[in-house]
Design a protein around this ligand. Structure first.
Ligand SMILES: [Ca+2]
Length: 354
């Protein structure tokens, strides 16, 4: 019997035990508010919300009676995907403020007993990131294997039939290497090869940079794309009863015509999240990891991730739920789907082009 996506999510939410929040495990049963910085509050009148604008409205957030908030990306970025295309994970984009602004925001939030999670993008960078610029320069440079590269198919086409969530092939030809690179989203967002331990360690160091500054956790973007099939096998078409993937573009969106067995939510992703959890566990108090899950087959995911969510104290599976929390915390899109648009708006993340 076909499992409806919303029915599966509702079942997961209703079954989740609600535990009174303790000071030590504040994330249990907590409520988090998403602050989409660019549209939240503009402090200097240039038309773009910014970190100082968030500082100005911290009392408002506190008065919502939430336990904390999740900040959308503020890293240095060409803004092709409004901050989800990062060129420097350790700096603040000048359109949104400065590092001093962020540290003041963090301090002021904690004074109000508000927890702060930041958005982090572990699975891809901007194509302007120095890592990718080096990786694409040749097949034998130091970072040659930091991104997902593949030779053309025998007919010269892409290595597989994988599609970008935002439309078109998920592969783009790179003449410098005479290879294709993989990008589950925009072509200017190349996917990192996190199954390369060196690459994963580099990403972990970027997360540690923010943990060391005192953030309470991260919302991990697109955990369904942390890894992909190493053999780049073609996705089969969806079965006759259709896809359960929720995606923009209507029922005729080609992305929804595939069963995403090999490009989304592959088993190798769980190993990567376990390593990220190890990093978060090294801190005291423990840091929270919350994974965004979108454009992935929810029923199969819920089935496979169940043991990770319930059996282990180190249970940060890439679920639509907060890591460590028995109470599901849905991603931006799923929250929007279930609860309606947040008060200060969130941007559409599909349909943009580089
Ligand atoms: Ca501004």
């Amino acid at each position: 019997m076909r499992l409806d996506r919303e029915a599966v999510l509702a079942r997961a939410i209703l079954r989740a035990p609600i535990t009174p929040m303790s000071r030590k495990e504040w994330w249990r049963g907590c409520a988090l508010y998403q602050v989409y910085i660019r549209s939240f509050n503009d402090s200097n009148g240039d038309g773009i919300g910014d970190l100082r604008g968030v500082i100005e409205r911290l009392d408002y957030i506190r008065d919502l009676n939430v336990d904390g908030f999740w900040l959308s990306p503020f890293f240095t970025s060409p803004q092709k995907d409004f901050g989800y295309d990062v060129v420097d994970f350790r700096n603040v984009d000048e359109s949104l403020g400065t590092m001093d602004d962020f540290m003041e925001l963090l301090d002021e939030a904690h004074k109000r007993e508000l927890k702060v999670l930041i958005d982090f993008i572990p699975a891809h960078t901007s194509n302007e990131h120095p890592w990718f610029i080096e990786s694409r320069s040749s097949r034998d440079n130091h970072k040659a294997d930091w991104y997902i590269w593949a030779d053309a198919a025998p007919d010269g086409g892409p290595p597989s039939n994988w599609l970008s969530t935002f439309g078109g092939s998920a592969w783009t030809w790179e003449p410098r290497r005479s290879q294709y690179y993989y990008h589950p989203f925009l072509s200017c967002q190349p996917a990192m090869n996190l199954q390369n331990p060196e690459t994963l360690e580099a990403v972990i160091r970027e997360i540690e940079f923010w943990f060391d500054r005192g953030i309470d956790g991260t919302r991990l973007d697109a955990v369904q794309c942390l890894a992909c099939d190493p053999d780049f096998r073609n996705n089969p078409p969806v079965s006759s009863h259709g896809s359960c993937i929720l995606i923009s573009g209507g029922p005729n969106n080609p992305f929804g015509k595939q069963s995403h067995l090999f490009d989304r939510d592959v088993p190798e992703a769980l190993e990567i999240v376990e390593k990220l959890r190890d990093v978060a566990d090294r801190y005291e108090p423990k840091r929270v990891l919350a994974g965004e899950l979108s454009a992935a087959p929810i029923p199969s995911f819920c089935s496979r991730s169940g043991p990770y969510r319930s059996a282990s104290a180190r249970s940060p599976a890439p679920t639509p739920c907060a890591s460590r929390s028995p109470r599901p915390y849905t991603s931006h899109r799923l929250t929007h789907r279930w609860l309606g648009p947040p008060a200060h708006g969130t941007p559409p993340r599909s349909g943009r082009t580089c």
